[in-house]
Design a binder for this molecule. Sequence first.
Ligand SMILES: C=C(O[C@@H]1C=C(C(=O)O)C=C[C@H]1O)C(=O)O
Length: 240
Amino acid sequence: MNKIRVSAVSYTNTKPFAYGLKHAGAFLDKIELSYDIPSDCATKLINNQVDIGLVPVAALLNIPNYEIVSDYCIGSVGAVNSVFIFSDKPAEEIRSVRLDKQSRTSNNLAKVLLKNYWKVQVKFVEDGTADAFVEIGDRTFGKTDKYPFVYDMGEEWMKFTGLPFAFAVWASNKPLDKNFIKEFNEVLKFGVEHRAEALKELEPRSDFDLEDYLLHKLDYPLTAEKRQAITKFHHLIESL
Ligand SMILES: C=C(O[C@@H]1C=C(C(=O)O)C=C[C@H]1O)C(=O)O
């Protein structure tokens, strides 16, 4: 049987899933696993270089016939503590934002929030200086006291919509074997349920609370409300 090609995110937020995969025994023979930055997970799934990815939800819009294959995601109920707009100015005064090349979801989330929540017209740039910038993942750890204005986009989305959020979901670009998907989900579930053990394998940091992040800020179940958030977010992206 051909191996199922899987692209997971190479950030700390994925350590519980990685823990599950590491302890998956014989199931590991069925997959070819890579760890990639989110923008590469998206590109690989769009270009059919993998069969399943932990893909930024914004990228689902570019995958015809995608299927969400798991009830787990990278999500939060309010603040997530690793998806930020760092700014020199209060949100209402921001006129230019530099996007994060590793992101697909949070770049779009910044656009959605600036337009619809803060109601400002902003120029978005890939490089160079700007009033503010989007940053995601481990690179944000320890930075929240380094900028005059700091917006956690999980928290701001919740204030805007009253909903939790899913930043990335496990999705396929083709229908896959039902039994495989069932086994894959059991592996992910094991990881999420053992995230306290996954935490013990991480190098402690003095500038960031990894325990609070993995056990409380990140919220892994892909609930009905998070699915509702994805639908709403997709509509908002389409009307940008
Ligand atoms: C919570 C996070 O969620 C993520 C944000 C993503 C994005 O902006 O495209 C994609 C995958 C996740 O890693 C994070 O990276 O910190």
